[in-house]
Design a protein around this ligand. Structure first.
Ligand code: CTP
Ligand code: CA
Length: 225
């Protein structure tokens, strides 16, 4: 592989990273959310700054402090995240979708708080699909040489599901995490395999999220012109 951490191999490059998890409002006090902490995305942002990149970090509901040296934008819902990512991706060399995007959102938003009624079962919540931001970015490529990276958390048949997802999304790299016992959400460590569209497979042993981030940048760096 090309170069490693400590060298400005991303100097002059604009990288866009999404981090955290979207929240889809149901009424003024409730939302559908997920357990993504945003720590992996923030580690990607810090390491990219250290390697010389111009970094746009699009953050969703993490509550984490802005990393030094990155331009930070905020998005709440999948629709808002899509807007921000597509806009930033227009002049990006690299787009990394580390955010957990809600697959569905409530079909309707209740402008007043949903109240329970005595003796009545709750009404079912109708959901609709959210747009697939990663597939859209990878499919449309604002620049022909743009590198697009996705993430996937899988519980079963991790590699087979990862390969299938990489193909379906059309991205260049897919970081596949096995979600399980010690690999809990919100932890400081991660273990993964990075799958590449060209067939490459890079295992990353259990360790700090910065180490996984640097492996991603090594793989990206070697693919940039
Ligand atoms: N993703 C996205 N937009 C969505 C859903 C997912 O951009 N609406 C991105 C995530 O940011 C991640 C990748 O797609 O980089 C994989 O997410 P994942 O939830 O594993 O994939 P899905 O296609 O939603 O498949 P699944 O049914 O397994 O959840
Ligand atoms: Ca999903």
């Amino acid at each position: 592989l090309a170069r490693g951490p400590g060298e400005a191999d991303l100097a002059g490059r604009h990288v866009v990273i999404s981090a955290g998890g979207t929240r889809e409002p149901l009424d003024p006090v409730r939302y559908l959310g997920n357990r993504s902490s945003g720590k992996q995305g923030f580690a990607l942002a810090r390491t990219a700054v250290a390697r010389g990149a111009r970094v746009t970090l699009i953050e969703a509901n993490t509550g984490l402090p802005d990393p030094a040296g990155a331009d930070v934008l905020h998005a709440g819902t999948a629709i808002q995240l899509r807007e921000a990512v597509l806009k930033a991706a227009a002049d990006a060399d690299v787009v990394v979708m580390a955010a957990a995007v809600a697959d569905f959102r409530p079909a309707e938003y209740a402008t007043g708080k949903i109240k329970k009624k005595d003796g009545q079962e709750p009404a079912p919540i109708k959901l609709v699909r959210n747009p697939d931001i990663l597939a859209e970015v990878a499919g449309e490529r604002a620049r022909p040489d743009q590198i697009v990276v996705g993430f996937a958390a899988e519980t079963d048949d991790v590699l087979a599901n990862g390969r299938e997802k990489l193909r379906r999304k059309g991205c260049d790299l897919l970081v596949v995490n096995e979600v399980g016992e010690r690999r809990t959400f919100g932890s400081e460590e991660n273990e993964a395999v990075v799958l590449a569209a060209d067939g490459g497979e890079t295992p990353v042993p259990f360790g700090p999220k910065e180490a996984l981030a640097d492996t991603v940048w090594d793989l990206v760096s070697s693919r940039l012109g």
